[in-house]
Every structure is written in structure tokens, then in C-alpha cells.
Design a binder for this molecule. Structure first.
Ligand code: NAD
Length: 285
């Protein structure tokens, strides 16, 4: 029976530390850190994510500025708002909730966010810094949250055969680079991978980030593997992950639940990135 990698518990610890740190800066007379959150349209899942992020900001003492724009907002109007926030010295981070309505090019929006305020870490400059293994950039929140979770449980990834299923821009791809920087041996699988099971069965660490409910079955997991489930989908009205949790937990040594695993860690990583931006902007150490 696997040990649960408890994202809620670990998040609590990190958020307490952040709250204390921010409180200390405020007591020295510094302004509070601020995150601008932009939501375009009324996608219900996006609204839930945005609310969670804003609530978490409030918990630790980060001011969250919320811009809720209508679905038919033009690309130019959104880009102009981002440009304005780029120039605002009281704003440390800018987050544009994805996905955006179809008439807006997300890459254009990402590239308009100033790299020093790109707390999601999606700007090509920050992706480049990740590949170059430079500390001055922002690592995308889900990969960063996974790293913190593994570190917290003392899981050393060095030399471990690690299979990442899913090669998306916001999870799979940057996570493969981050874990390579941590000296893991990486295999990345995707929809065109010929024999997925061959690769998952080889994994000491198996990460799945596809959004395909229960894609990873018990017979695809090596005995004693560490299993990280990033996926979020709905099955029979319930939120489930990519991993068939109930069966796989009997075989794995560690496993993340969905919900309560990677999700809260992603939000915690966002708070950490925002405070990192704040400290860079105010030149605090
Ligand atoms: P994406 O669409 O960008 O990428 C999905 C990847 O999965 C692609 O590389 C695709 O080739 C691969 N894939 C799809 N079906 C597959 C299959 N049957 N076999 C093998 N590979 C397959 O998605 P994303 O933005 O990376 O998100 C992936 C999942 O992670 C979604 O469920 C999303 O909701 C979730 N997510 C969770 C968090 C969190 O905080 N827990 C954060 C971000 C994303």
C-alpha cells in the first residue's frame, strides 16, 4: 500500500512559511506582494481555478487584483491590459487563465507578459532559462509544485528511470526539463507513442499529465513505483485523475491522490513564484 503524497498537507506548510515571510516584509514597511489575475469569459472550470488561486493569495497576504473580462473581449484589448500591468510598479505577477476564447492567440498573450512578471513561467524567456538551468527565471507552477512535493518526501530522483506521459507546454514538456536538471533519466510519451505500457512499466517514477481519465492501469505500473497524477477530468460526475488510483495505490510505493495531490501544489508554486517576483522587484533577499 502506497504512501500518499499529500499535496494539501505540504501546501499548508509552505503557505504558512510564506505568510510569515510576507508578514515580516510588511512589518518592515514594504508594500504587499500583488498578483494580477485575468479571466476572459465564464468557463466554469477556469472560474474554480481562479477562485482557488485568489483565495490562496489572500491566505498568505498576497494582494490579488482580479480582471474578469467578457468572452467577446478583443485580443488587442487583452494585450493592452497586459501591457498596462507590465508597467505598473505595484504589480509583481500577471496570470492570464488558460484556455482563452478561440479568437485570442494564447501564445501572443504569453509573449506580451513581461518575463519578470510571468509567474506562470510560460514566456519563452522563462522556458529558455529552465533549459539553461538558471535560477533567475520562473519555473511553470505544476512542474515546480511536483518538485517541491518530491523534495518534501525526501524522494531523490537522481538516476531514476522517469516516464512522463503527456508532453503539453504547461506540464509535460517543462517537467521533463526540470527533472532532467535534477539528473533523472527521462522518457516522454504522448498520443503517438507506439507502446505506452512498455515505457510506463520501466518507470521508477511515473508521471501522467494527459487529461485521459484512468489511462494508467495497474498492469502498466512497476511494483514500488512512485506515481504522480497530474490529470484532472470528470468521470461519472466525479473529479478523477489519469491514474486508476484505487488499484494502482496497492502497487506503488508513493502516489498522489486527485484531488489533493498536484493541484494544491500547483497553487502553492504560484504563490512562491509571486513572492520571488516581489523580492526581485523590491530587491529583497
Ligand atoms: P495538453 O493537452 O497540453 O497535453 C496533453 C498531452 O497528453 C499531449 O502531449 C498528448 O499527446 C498526451 N496524450 C493525450 N492522450 C494521450 C494518450 N491516450 N496516451 C498518451 N498520451 C496522451 O494538456 P495539459 O495542459 O498538459 O494538461 C494535461 C492534464 O493535466 C489535464 O487533465 C489538465 O487539466 C491537467 N492539469 C492539472 C494541473 C494541476 O494543477 N493538477 C495543472 C495543469 C494541468
Amino acid at each position: 500500500m502506497a504512501t500518499i503524497l499529500d499535496g494539501r498537507e505540504v501546501s499548508k506548510i509552505y503557505r504558512e512559511k510564506l505568510k510569515k515571510e510576507i508578514g515580516e516584509y510588511k512589518s518592515k514597511g514594504y508594500r504587499e506582494p500583488a498578483l494580477a489575475v485575468i479571466l476572459v469569459g465564464d468557463d466554469p472550470a477556469s472560474q474554480v481555478y481562479v477562485n482557488n488561486k485568489r483565495k490562496a493569495c489572500q491566505q498568505v497576504g498576497i494582494k490579488s487584483l482580479f480582471y474578469h473580462l467578457p468572452e467577446d473581449t478583443s485580443e488587442e484589448k487583452l494585450l493592452n491590459l497586459v501591457r498596462e500591468l507590465n508597467e505598473d510598479p505595484e504589480v509583481d505577477g500577471i496570470l492570464v487563465q488558460l484556455p482563452l476564447p478561440k479568437h485570442i492567440n494564447p501564445q501572443k498573450v504569453i509573449e506580451t507578459i513581461a518575463p519578470d512578471k510571468d509567474v506562470d513561467g510560460f514566456h519563452p524567456e522563462n522556458m529558455g532559462k529552465l533549459i539553461a538551468n538558471l535560477d533567475s527565471g520562473f519555473v511553470p507552477c505544476t512542474p515546480l509544485g511536483i518538485k517541491i512535493l518530491l523534495d518534501h518526501y525526501g524522494i531523490d530522483v537522481k538516476g531514476k528511470d522517469t516516464t512522463i506521459v503527456g508532453a503539453g507546454y504547461i506540464v509535460g514538456k517543462p517537467l521533463s526539463v526540470l527533472m532532467l536538471n535534477m539528473d533523472a533519466t527521462i522518457t516522454v510519451c504522448h498520443i503517438y507513442t507506439k507502446d505506452l505500457k512498455k515505457h510506463t512499466l520501466n518507470a521508477d517514477i511515473l508521471v501522467s499529465a494527459t487529461g485521459v481519465a484512468h489511462l494508467i492501469k495497474e498492469d502498466m505500473v512497476k511494483e514500488g513505483a512512485i506515481v504522480i497524477d497530474v490529470g484532472i477530468s470528470k468521470k461519472d460526475g466525479k473529479i478523477v485523475g489519469d491514474v486508476d488510483f484505487e488499484r494502482v495505490k496497492e502497487k506503488a510505493s508513493y502516489i498522489t491522490p486527485v484531488p489533493g495531490g498536484v493541484g494544491p501544489m500547483t497553487v502553492t508554486a504560484l504563490l512562491l513564484n509571486t513572492v520571488k517576483a516581489y523580492k526581485m522587484h523590491l530587491e529583497l533577499s
